[in-house]
Design a binder for this molecule. Structure first.
Ligand code: C5P
Length: 398
């Protein structure tokens, strides 16, 4: 049995070369605190041994319908009881055909047929098998039966060909499954997020900016989507990939960001200002490149609008969350900022820990005091933060 509160998945492995990636997938699930029960088909055991998976999963692997370790011979029901999902990776063309038709002639297919939980499959096969009309028919049937299809990807194949049918990488499957397992704490809520730096042009080739990768804001956008929210992400210049399913607006300067925020602020439930907005801009941007001379150059800077303070002062302001990146006196400065901007929650982090890094450590300051989110990857922190915001938002509404 899984410890209470812990997620539990059944990982089914069918017989394809990509079975080796299942070992890494088990490791990722375990690292994230998810219990994994591995079930393998006979063919899968020809590609990777149950011993390897047992060692990684930390529990016995099942392959046989008649396994005597389950006293009542009900392995096909018992193993998925209480599971949050069954994930089959790799799912071969043959296995997909079987479950599309409701066949149950081995332990894994029987578990899939007898399940009460959602089923996710990660197809893995040669490109001709994937393109075959029978496989496409079976995939369409699974989608119709509300089975989630993860991938496949296109690329080099074990057979030497190149094309569609490669199984997703373990990390991609892990990301998709962990999104799927998130509680829908913000279903139907509209969330507006600013992320990344702003860029204030001096002339056509130079500008003033802040050091910000945008990673935290983008991770929060993903976590909010996973929690069921409708997300609009207004991003300054970053090198990050678009967040699928978020409404994205790309902006450059603080003024551009302000215009974009004004457009959405009145129809949002929650506003999360993660962007590192430049405090000042050049009073007059030169339309031509400023030529270098031997004398010093003075640029007159004027303050940018405080976007967050403006949103927080709206008559029907959304629930506002600010960020404070400080290099010293973290909590004092963050608390002062929270009061000055009149916002219910501020997220404090040390600039030297946060900028560009994949991990961070956060302190949340709200009316009830401080809450520490210990060092973790930004996507993990983003989920914890979204859960905290959902709790505060609900208690305010109540
Ligand atoms: O005022 P300060 O920059 O220290 O406050 C940081 C918080 O305010 C962040 O949430 C940031 O996104 C937001 N901010 C803003 N507009 C500005 C400056 C900061 O929305 N011009």
């Amino acid at each position: 049995m899984a410890e209470s509160g812990k997620k539990r998945i059944v990982l089914g492995i069918s017989g394809g070369v990509a079975a080796y990636k299942a070992a890494e997938l088990v490791r990722l699930f375990r690292k994230a605190g998810i219990d994994v029960q591995v079930v393998m088909t006979d063919a899968a055991c020809g590609f990777i041994t149950p011993t390897t998976l047992q060692a990684l999963a930390g529990r016995p692997v099942f392959t046989d319908m008649w396994d005597a370790r389950i006293a009542d011979n009900m392995a096909h029901i018992e193993l998925s009881r209480g599971a949050d999902a069954i994930v089959v990776a790799p799912a071969t063309a043959d296995f997909i055909a079987k479950i599309a038709h409701g066949l149950a002639d081995d332990l894994l297919s029987t578990l899939c047929l007898a399940r009460e939980c959602p089923l996710l499959v990660a197809p893995a096969m040669n490109r001709q098998m994937w393109e075959n009309k029978a496989t496409q028919r079976n995939i369409a049937q699974l989608a119709h039966d509300e089975v989630s299809i993860l991938g496949p990807a296109s690329g080099d194949q074990a057979c030497g060909e190149i094309g569609m049918g490669r199984m997703l990488e373990a990390q991609q499957i892990f990301d998709e499954v962990s999104s799927f397992l998130q509680p829908r704490l913000l279903t139907g809520k509209r969330i507006l997020i600013t992320a990344g730096p702003t860029f204030e042009a001096i002339d056509p080739v130079r500008g003033i900016t802040n050091r910000s990768s945008g990673k935290m804001g983008y991770a929060i956008a993903r976590a909010a989507l996973d929690a069921g929210a409708q997300v609009t992400l207004i991003s300054g210049p970053t090198s990050l990939a678009h967040v699928p399913s978020a409404g994205m607006e790309h902006v450059e300067s603080a003024n551009d960001m302000f215009v974009a925020v004004k457009k959405h602020a009145k129809s949002t439930d929650i506003f999360i200002a993660v962007a590192a907005v430049a405090d000042y801009r050049v009073e007059k941007t030169s339309t031509q490149k400023i030529k270098k001379t031997d004398s010093s150059l003075t640029l007159r800077l004027v303050p940018n609008p405080d976007i967050l303070a403006w949103v927080a002062a709206l008559p029907k302001a959304p629930f506002c969350v600010g960020f404070a990146a400080e290099s010293q006196n973290l909590l004092e400065n963050a608390d002062a900022k929270r009061r000055r901007k009149k916002i219910p929650l501020i997220v404090a982090n040390l600039a030297q820990n946060a900028i560009g890094a994949d991990d961070n450590e956060l302190t949340l300051l709200d009316d009830s005091g401080t809450h520490t989110l210990t060092r973790a990857p930004k996507p993990v922190l983003a989920r914890q933060l979204v859960a905290h915001i959902a709790k505060l938002y609900k208690s305010r509404k109540a």
